[in-house]
Ligand binder design. Structure first.
Ligand SMILES: [Ca+2]
Ligand SMILES: [Ca+2]
Length: 262
């Protein structure tokens, strides 16, 4: 006797509803496959270090990127999804994001990227953008996805910790390649990674290029120009989709915008 289709559907729904959530958050979660070629070897990848006076006390502070696994060990930023315990790269035992930047000085919040992140794509001291005596930082998280759409976030340190000052859309292909290994991009997003682990000369050049790059230019205290994504465009590559926007930080108002061709 054939089982009616609707009965099968109901039984399937009921059985899935009865599944209790995993007790250990460290178990491998269900995630979309990342854009990494099957043939690559795991790559440790670059770790950002930025210095600046983020609390305005006149002394230099240092922020260091960490990318750790479920057990808190620094681990490959570009894992092999077939051989690494890939789920453990994403969440730690407390089910917290494990890509973060911490300060060497006590009294600073740790900056967590949050979400499904494979570390920072970008982290930079942007200088004292608002002129209050503290340096601001900008960062971009490398999300576990195949899209090259992303967001650059400007953070400022206050008495109560790091605070989002301004954020704007970017394409990941705007960011220079990272030393040691970096994502590559095609017409519709991430296509894989390139690795340069063994080439010290090239890595030094890539680091120099990365440190010289910024989306942000300070015009005067409280006013910046950013090279942002035109949100009306889709996930494609082309210089016309970049726009240069003049922004007043106090109210996050875009005062002027034009297409950027370089
Ligand atoms: Ca300081
Ligand atoms: Ca400041």
């Amino acid at each position: 006797m054939r089982t009616p289709l609707f009965a099968v559907v109901i039984l399937t729904i009921l059985s899935s509803c009865n599944q209790s959530p995993p007790e250990i958050a460290c178990q491998e979660p269900e995630i979309a496959p990342v854009a990494i070629q099957d043939t690559i070897i795991p790559v440790f990848g670059y770790r950002f270090t930025v210095t600046g006076d983020f609390n305005g006390d006149g002394k230099a502070d240092t922020l260091v990127e960490h990318f750790v696994d479920c057990e808190g060990k620094e681990i490959n930023k570009y894992p092999d999804p077939d051989s690494d315990n890939y789920g453990n790269h994403i969440r730690n035992l407390n089910n917290e994001p494990m890509a973060f930047a911490s300060a060497t000085l006590q009294g600073f919040d740790t900056i967590f990227t949050g979400g499904w992140s494979l570390g920072f794509d970008y982290l930079r001291n942007e200088g004292d953008l608002d002129g209050n005596g503290t340096d601001e930082i900008a960062y971009v998280s490398n999300w576990v996805d195949q899209s090259s759409l992303n967001t650059c976030i400007i953070m400022t340190h206050t008495r109560t910790g790091w605070k989002n000052m301004y954020s704007f859309g970017i394409w990941e292909w705007q960011i220079p390649p990272l030393p040691f290994g970096s994502s590559t991009y095609g017409l519709f997003g991430s296509t894989g990674i390139e690795t340069y682990e063994q080439d010290d000369t090239l890595n030094a050049q890539l680091e120099q290029q990365l440190q010289a790059f910024s989306f942000i230019k300070k015009e005067k205290d409280g006013y910046i120009t950013v090279l942002m994504r035109n949100d009306e465009e889709n996930d494609s590559i082309g210089p016309a989709e970049k726009v240069r926007s003049y922004i007043r930080l106090r109210d996050e108002k875009i005062l002027k915008m034009d297409y950027a061709w370089d």
